[in-house]
Design a binder for this molecule. Structure first.
Ligand SMILES: [Zn+2]
Length: 397
């Protein structure tokens, strides 16, 4: 008979073993025993259960030349799926990944409404479709995480989404009632920072990720957790004032950082200068290639204001890794060097400044990764970043 205590210890040991396998990616039973301090017999019994459940798999290392080929254990990516959703203005995007965070299928639905009930209905229909389509694995869809472009409270209530003009919506509960799978909501910038930590920067437990598209959002991963502030709204760094009495912002203040250093502002500025609607990155790239002085000036101003905000941010947090998610910075030559040359205060300290290699997909991949982390119940994930081309269908409704 398994007593309450024995069952509890078994559960703790199981969690310890899963954590170690996830952390190492691939590990032998002998090394598991060493790193967890559990006996070989305990490891053996628990691993047998996990293999039986299909959650882990064995791999024989063929290239081993000396002695017995060790049998390695790793997470079974095919045991289930995670569904990440990006609820953006004008578009709902969906990505299904395996349990190693590798995207398998993506689609997006253009929407021309901001009405809560209409969008809720669309989400229910789409999620039900995915649920029916991806039920062929042991665990099916193990979790759903939705990226929200606005303020989400610690209780996962949507407090405010500026572009959709939503206030106090309990999307989590409205969806769970219909779907029957746990749904989690998280701020999109938080999910981008999570993706950077899980897929790229495995070595740090202190990472800031600033997304610079329609505004400036800041996601913060500290000690392997989100830094959320008192109610969950921390990271609204785009509204830090960098120009006293400057440009009017929607938030009611003047001179906010995102009025000077977000991509939408640069696009707006260049569109007005050149009288071009629907300006593209390709067009900007072309101007940069030609050495267009006026465009170069605009980009230098972007770098200048971006550096002012970053300087303030660094002084506030003393981060280890800072990731900037911006396509304009990727296409502008030497942008990182130009920014770091501006960050020369003897007071501000950081270790590494990088431009995101994941890019705009980071929040949805972060959503998949968070669903996996919650399913496995591990403190952190280290997953390989597999850049695979996923068919991305766009459906217009
Ligand atoms: Zn503002």
């Amino acid at each position: 008979m398994v007593t309450g205590d024995a069952a509890y210890i078994k559960k703790i040991n199981r969690s310890l073993i899963i954590r170690e396998i996830v952390k190492e990616g691939m590990i032998s039973r002998a090394d598991l025993s060493k790193s967890t301090n559990l006996t070989r017999a305990t490891i053996s019994a628990q691993v047998a259960d996990l293999l039986e459940e299909g959650l882990i798999i064995e791999t024989h290392l063929e290239h081993y030349t000396v002695g017995r080929k060790p049998i390695m254990l790793s997470l079974n990516g095919n045991a289930g799926y995670a569904l990440g959703i990006d609820l953006d203005y004008g578009e709902l995007s969906f990505t299904i990944s395996d349990l190693l965070g590798c995207p398998i299928s993506s689609n997006s639905v253009k929407i021309n409404t901001t009405d809560y009930k209409d969008i809720l209905q669309l989400l229910i229909e789409q999620i039900k479709k995915f649920k029916a389509e991806f039920n062929d694995s042991r665990y099916g869809i193990v979790g759903i995480v939705i990226a929200i472009h606005g303020l989400v409270s610690k209780e996962e209530i949507i407090h405010y989404v500026p572009r959709l003009k939503w206030h106090e919506k309990n999307l989590k509960s409205d969806l769970e009632r219909e779907i029957g799978i746990p749904i989690h909501l998280e701020n999109n910038a938080n999910l981008s920072s999570f993706a950077e930590r899980v897929f790229v920067h495995h070595e740090t437990d202190n990472l800031l990720c600033a997304t610079l598209y329609s505004g400036i959002g800041l996601g913060m991963m500290m000690n392997n957790d989100f830094f959320r502030g008192h109610e969950g709204y921390a990271g609204e760094i785009g509204h830090m004032i960098v120009v006293p009495g400057g440009k009017q912002c929607n938030c009611g203040n003047k001179g906010c950082w995102e009025r000077y250093a977000s991509e939408s502002i640069i696009f707006q500025h260049l569109s007005e200068l050149r009288q071009i609607e629907n300006l593209t990155y390709e067009q900007i790239q072309e101007w940069l290639n030609e050495g267009d002085e006026e465009v170069l000036d605009v980009m230098e101003q972007f770098i200048f204001y971006l550096s002012i905000g970053l300087n303030n941010m660094i002084n506030m947090y003393n981060p280890d890794v800072i990731v900037l998610d911006s396509k304009l910075l990727r296409i502008y030559p030497n942008s990182l060097k130009k920014i770091s040359d501006n960050l020369n205060s003897s007071i501000s300290h950081y270790r590494e400044l990088r431009i995101s290699s994941i890019g705009r997909k980071s929040s949805i991949l972060g959503a998949c990764a968070l669903a996996i982390k919650q399913f496995l119940d591990v403190p952190m994930l280290n997953l390989p970043f597999l850049l695979k081309t996923v068919p991305d269908e766009s459906v217009i409704i």
